[in-house]
Design a protein around this ligand. Structure first.
Ligand SMILES: O=C(O)c1ccccc1N[C@@H]1O[C@H](COP(=O)(O)O)[C@@H](O)[C@H]1O
Length: 204
C-alpha cells in the first residue's frame, strides 16, 4: 500500500499549494504559540484558501484550552485535529472531528496500552521524546521501539530526504509526517526538499 505523506508546519500559501501539487495527502497547521511555525487563524484561512479539497488540513495543538480548539474549528476549515501534548482521550474526543494523538517515544513506551487508551483516535503519530520540547525536534527516535498495534501509525520525528526510505522499510507506517526535514529555514519549506522527499517516499 502507498505510504501517505503529511507535511507539517506550513506557514505560507505557496508552500501549501506546492505540497498539494507534489502529492502530499495532508498539511499541518501549527496553533501552538511558542513554535517558530505557529500561525494565526487568519493566516490559516489564507494558506488554505485555494488548497485542493482532496488534501486534508490538520490543525496541531499542544495542551490547548478547549475554547482555543473550538474557536479554530469555527473559524478555519479543518479536517483533522492533531493533539501533540498530554491531552486525555476524553479531551481529544469531545470535538466533532477525527483526531490524531501524538505520542513521544522513549524506552519503555507501551504502545499497545496507549492504543487501547486512545481507541477513539484515528491514528497514533509517533514522534521523538526530548525533554522540554513537545515536538518538531528534528530528531529521530529508535524505530525498533515500535511494536505492532491495532491502529494506523504515522511516523514522525527527524524524517528527511536521507532517511525516509529506510524509515518506511523498517516501520511500514500508514503515513510519514515531516516538518523540519523539508525546510530551508524554520517555517519556510524548501520546494526542492519537498520534491525529493515525495520521490523518496514513492520509491520506498
Ligand atoms: O513543528 C513544531 O514546531 C511543533 C511544535 C510543537 C509540537 C509539534 C511540532 N511539530 C511536529 O513535530 C513532528 C516532528 O517534526 P520534525 O519533522 O522532527 O521537525 C511533526 O508532527 C511536526 O508537525
Amino acid at each position: 500500500m502507498r505510504t501517505r505523506v503529511k507535511i507539517c508546519g506550513i506557514t505560507r500559501q505557496q508552500d501549501a499549494d506546492f505540497a498539494a501539487e507534489s502529492g502530499a495527502d495532508a498539511i499541518g497547521l501549527v496553533f501552538y504559540p511558542p513554535s517558530p511555525r505557529a500561525i494565526s487563524f487568519a493566516q490559516a484561512k489564507v494558506i488554505t484558501a485555494d488548497l485542493s479539497p482532496f488534501v486534508s488540513k490538520v490543525a496541531l495543538f499542544v495542551d490547548p484550552e478547549k475554547d482555543l480548539v473550538s474557536r479554530c474549528l469555527d473559524d478555519v476549515s479543518v479536517d483533522i485535529i492533531q493533539f501533540h501534548g498530554n491531552e486525555t482521550p476524553e479531551f481529544c474526543q469531545q470535538f466533532d472531528l477525527p483526531y490524531l494523538k501524538a505520542i513521544r517515544m522513549s524506552e519503555g513506551t507501551d504502545l499497545s496500552e496507549i492504543a487501547a487508551r486512545y481507541s477513539s483516535a484515528s491514528a497514533l503519530l509517533l514522534d521523538t521524546y526530548q525533554p522540554g520540547i513537545p515536538g518538531g525536534t528534528g530528531k529521530t527516535f529508535d524505530w525498533s521501539l515500535i511494536g505492532r498495534i491495532n491502529k494506523p501509525i504515522i511516523l514522525a520525528g527527524g524524517l528527511d530526504v536521507t532517511n525516509v526510505r529506510e524509515a518506511i522499510h523498517q516501520v511500514q507506517p500508514y503515513a510519514v509526517d515531516v516538518s523540519g526535514g523539508v525546510e530551508s529555514d524554520k517555517g519556510i519549506k524548501s520546494h526542492e526538499k519537498i520534491s525529493t522527499f515525495m520521490r523518496e517516499v514513492a520509491n520506498a
